[in-house]
Structures are given as C-alpha cells and as structure tokens.
Design a binder for this molecule. Structure first.
Ligand code: TRP
Length: 344
C-alpha cells in the first residue's frame, strides 16, 4: 500500500481539523464516535488530522514517553481503519512550532477566570484531582487547541459533546483577535457532532476508556474480542433463560445498537429478550460474530502497516511538512497584522 501524499485539493471544500491525544491505542469507542466519519470526510473535505502530543503532555508530566510512544500506535490505528494519507493530512502537533507561536499570541486574549469557567476544563481538573495545583499548560490547553484549529483556518471540527466548550472558546478568540487587529484574519469554525451516541465500556460504565480497562482496542485479537464479549455487563437480574430480561443498560444490546446491520432482526431479538426465553449467550454469540468480522480486517491491516514503521514515520513526516506550510502561512498573516514582522 502506498503512503505517498498528493497535494491537490479543491479550495471550495470545507477545511476539517480533528485529532486525538496519543495516550494509548484507539478503541471501538473512537471508531464509532469519530474514526468512521473521518474515513467518509476524506472524500468531501480537506481534512487535517493531528496527533495531539503537545496537548497530551499537559496532563502527563513525567510520563512523556507514554505520549511519544503512542504517536506511532495511533497513526497505525488511523491507517488500519482506512484513513488515507493521500487524502487526509496526518501530522504531529509538537513538530509544528507555529502552533506554539500562535498559542502565545492567543494567550493574551483570554483571562484566567474565563479559562477556569470552561466546563470541560473544570470537569477534567476534578477528574485528575489537580485541585489548585493545575499545571498552567493544562489550564491553557483550550488556547493551544484554538491555535490548532485556527492555524489551518478550519471551518468544521468534528467533536463529541464534551468538546463543545472548546469550539465556543476558539470562536471567542477568533473574534477577539480579528477585532484587536481590525482585520478578518482568523476564521470561525462550526462543530460537527457525531451522529452516534457514546459507546459504553464493557463493564457498563458510561464511557469506554483504556484507562478504565473497559475498552476493546482496534487491534484486539480474536481471543481478546471473545473474552471482552463474554465479560460484558448484561442484566444482573436475568438469572435464568426463561426470565424476562432488560435491554436498557445492557451493554451487549448497546453494542448491537451501534454495530448490528440488521435492525429488524435486532428489534425481534430485543422483544424476545424482554419476554424471556432468550439466554445472554445467544445474544453474545451474535455480537461476537459481528465484532470479529468487523475488527479482523482492521487488525490485519494494522499488522501489515506495523511491519514497516519506518514507512509510517515517513508518511507522518510528509504530512507534518505539508501541515506546517499551511500553519506558517497563517502565522505570517497573524504576525504581520500584529506588527511582529520587523525584518520584513
Ligand atoms: N482535545 C482532543 C482530544 O481530547 C484532541 C485535540 C487537540 C483536538 N486539538 C484538537 C480535537 C483540535 C479537535 C480539534 O482528543
């Protein structure tokens, strides 16, 4: 498979910017929530996909190696699901110094109290137990994220609900900057919300997450998939096959809702389960077969790409160079508007 990039792109297409913090390999939750739509977006948009290693560093102090090592893992996941580096520009955030430069300009346009009011940041501070000892880089990562988006003049940002405050904050910064310099240089963006709802973890917790140990990674082996499905949380009161069972909150059915292509059959199955007379194992075998069929080609492609990491790295380098050219152009406009172009 060729990983060579082509640079042609129609200017009228929307510019999409999206990305992931590389803190671990991606899982089925990422697939259903965003990766699938990125594969489709490559045909209709000019898509930039960033490996947000700089951002991941903001809450991984002392664990920077975990971040740098996972850049390759996430890149392999992208390629495995069918993101095509000829159609999308995949790049590494930290290697574009213009993003740091733009962040410094934007940081003067926001107050600490505004950052502290960002609901996503508030929640993340609580989850990480930072209390008052918040790394300044963490508190200000929404500004860095605004730099990611605006450096590419992205008009569309695919996000989950939790990222909406980031979009709002980005657009505030865009308006503020343009107002301060008296020119429309930066561009406001719109969110693109994922159509599918969030996939629960196999333990029934609201969110699938590697750190909670309840995820199914995209590179899962057949045995790992089987084990994950067998361990899935169902209805704890459904003790005997003949008992009526509950579909709501039953992880196996949540997964079938997300992946089962035959919705009519699925509805019949749910009705049968509710009535009683349908064992968990029957439903689990159906889901397992579907997950095996879906993940197998992804895993195989992932293993194929992983054989030549040098080539994947070269692809990332080409993508990063291409992205850097775009960011540098925006930065020169920003600097000129601020008078920060002393030497011409
Ligand atoms: N915050 C995103 C995440 O948690 C990653 C990210 C960084 C991002 N910069 C971005 C997403 C810009 C969209 C746009 O995974």
């Amino acid at each position: 498979m060729s990983l060579n990039a082509s640079t042609s792109s129609a200017p009228s297409r929307p510019i999409v910017l999206t990305g992931d913090r590389p803190t671990g390999p991606l899982h089925l939750g990422h697939y259903i929530g965003s990766l699938k739509s990125r594969v489709d977006l490559q045909h209709t948009a000019q898509q930039f996909i960033l490996l947000a290693d700089t951002q991941a560093m903001t809450d991984n102090v002392g664990r920077h190696q975990r971040v740098t090592e996972n850049v390759m893992e996430v890149a392999l996941d992208y390629l495995a699901v069918g993101i095509d580096p000829e159609k999308s520009t995949i790049f590494i955030q930290s290697q574009i110094s213009e993003l740091y430069e733009l962040s410094m300009v934007l940081l003067n346009l926001v107050t600490v109290s505004r950052l502290e009011r960002n609901p996503t940041i508030k929640e993340e501070i609580r989850l990480r137990g930072f209390e008052r000892d918040i790394p300044a880089g963490f508190l200000t990562y929404p500004v860095s994220q605004a730099a990611d988006i605006t450096a590419f003049k992205a008009t569309l940002v695919p996000v989950g609900n939790d990222q909406l405050p980031m979009i709002e904050q980005t657009n505030e910064l865009v308006r503020r900057f343009n107002n301060v310099v008296g020119k429309d240089i930066l561009v406001e963006c719109k969110e693109m919300l994922s159509a599918t709802s969030r996939l629960p973890g196999i333990d029934g917790k609201a969110k699938m997450s590697k750190s909670l140990g309840n995820s199914i990674p995209l590179g899962a082996t057949a045995a790992e998939i089987k084990k994950a499905v067998n361990n899935m949380y169902t209805d704890p009161n459904h003790l005997r096959v003949e008992d009526p069972g509950q579909v709501e909150g039953n992880v196996v059915f949540s997964f079938l809702d997300a992946f089962d292509p035959n919705k009519d059959e699925l509805e019949e199955l749910k009705a049968h389960y509710r009535r009683g007379g349908l064992g968990d194992s029957v439903v689990k075998r159906r889901l397992e077969a579907q997950l095996q069929a879906m993940i197998e080609p992804i895993r195989t492609r992932r293993e194929e790409f992983a054989k030549d990491k040098g080539e994947v790295l070269a692809m990332l380098k080409r993508g990063t160079e291409r992205a850097r050219g775009v960011a540098a152009q925006t930065l020169s406009e920003v600097n000129a508007a601020m008078g920060l172009n002393y030497f011409g």
